[in-house]
Design a protein around this ligand. Structure first.
Ligand code: PLP
Length: 345
């Protein structure tokens, strides 16, 4: 059966144009800096994000970890959202591999960290305290609903960080979704940040890869740490070729995914037993709760929906996340709405 796969935008497969570019990519040994396709990808990424330099890394998790290891020493503390990917879903890498301690601050429902909460979490100079070094924001904030953070808010946190001698890192796994949803440039969204990680392998459809951007000095150190973590890659232009298409082409079509997510949410709102989050979706993610009178839990519903050819991710016993991406067309949206309707009615 051909499935409509709404579990994540990480399920995207490379486009035909990407496969062609990958087959024809000029390559070299990237650890020597000899891969022209990687070099071009890094130049394009730095330019699009408005930073001096960029580094191609195998995954978003490694990109975030590298950034944290550049910003912090062992024993330092990082202010992170309590619903952030870095805090919840990166296997505790900052602590296990960097000796860095997370200081979780509550994510508000709009994905932000309240500036006052951040201020109160900054450690004072005291022999007992770890040293606060970094604030991390996530844009779009995944668990809060795929919600975009604004450039005004990011500037406010950037000012707060810099006036307290801290740095600001953005986990921008889906920063291009954020920019598309707000009709602003990615450059503007990340201008206050000292470093940014973003992913090519989610809605931008590359098979592998993320980028870390920052100053040239920061990226030189990041390159060293990438090697230390075993992330130095060789003829990786075969993958970077897809990344270039992600940046030059796929970033321009994300609005379509957002429109389809909205269409899907509108359809699902009509189905008794489903409660789509108020205001959802902001980007390509639709979060839905199951109402209390429904006799099935999310796992049972997703099993039944699978039999109708639709894959969805049960976040917990009563909540789903549905994610649109370029493989999900209008028919797929209709198929998903119909499947939910059949299972719940
Ligand atoms: C917000 C966010 N940050 C970071 C990552 C990590 O990316 P990767 O799966 O490439 O390690 C993800 C993955 O889904 C994510 O959603």
């Amino acid at each position: 059966m051909e499935y409509v796969d709404l579990r994540s935008d990480t399920v995207t497969k490379p486009t035909p144009e990407m496969r062609e570019a990958m087959a024809e990519a000029e390559v070299g040994d990237d650890v020597y800096g000899d891969d022209p396709t990687v070099n071009r990808l890094e130049e394009i990424a730095a330019e699009m994000l408005g930073k001096q330099s960029a580094l191609f890394v195998p995954s978003g998790t490694m990109g975030n970890l590298i950034a944290l290891l550049v910003h912090c020493q062992r024993g330092d503390e990082v202010i992170v959202g309590n619903k952030s990917h870095i805090y919840l879903n990166e296997a505790g890498g900052m602590s296990a591999l960097g000796g860095i301690q997370p200081c979780p601050v509550q994510n508000q429902s709009d994905g932000t960290l309240a500036p006052n909460d951040i201020l109160e979490s900054i450690r004072s100079e005291d022999v007992h305290h770890p040293i606060t070094k970094l604030i991390c924001l996530e844009n779009t904030q995944n668990i809060c609903g795929g919600v975009p953070l604004t450039s005004d808010y990011t500037r406010q946190v950037g000012d707060l960080a810099h006036s307290n001698n801290l740095s600001l890192h953005i986990d921008g796994a889906r920063i291009f979704n954020s920019a598309a949803a707000q009709d602003v440039s990615v450059k503007e969204l990340v201008e206050p940040a000292d470093s940014v990680m973003f992913c090519l392998s989610k809605g931008l459809a590359s098979p592998i890869g993320s980028m870390v951007v920052g100053t040239s000095k920061f990226i030189a150190r990041a390159r060293h740490i990438r090697k230390m973590l075993g992330g130095g890659m060789r003829q990786v232009g075969v993958v970077a070729a897809a990344g270039i298409i992600s940046l030059e082409k796929m970033t321009k079509r994300l609005g379509e995914d957002h429109a389809r997510a909205k269409k899907m949410a509108d359809g699902l709102r009509q189905i008794r037993g489903l409660i789509v989050d108020a205001g959802s979706p902001s980007t390509n993610m639709v979060y839905i709760n199951i109402s209390e009178d429904v006799q099935m839990n999310a796992g049972q519903i997703s099993e039944r929906i699978k039999k109708l050819g639709v894959l969805v991710d049960a976040e917990n016993t009563h909540r789903f996340r549905l994610v649109t991406h370029y493989i999900v067309d209008d028919d797929a949206v209709e198929k998903a709405i119909t499947a939910f309707g059949e299972v719940l009615n």
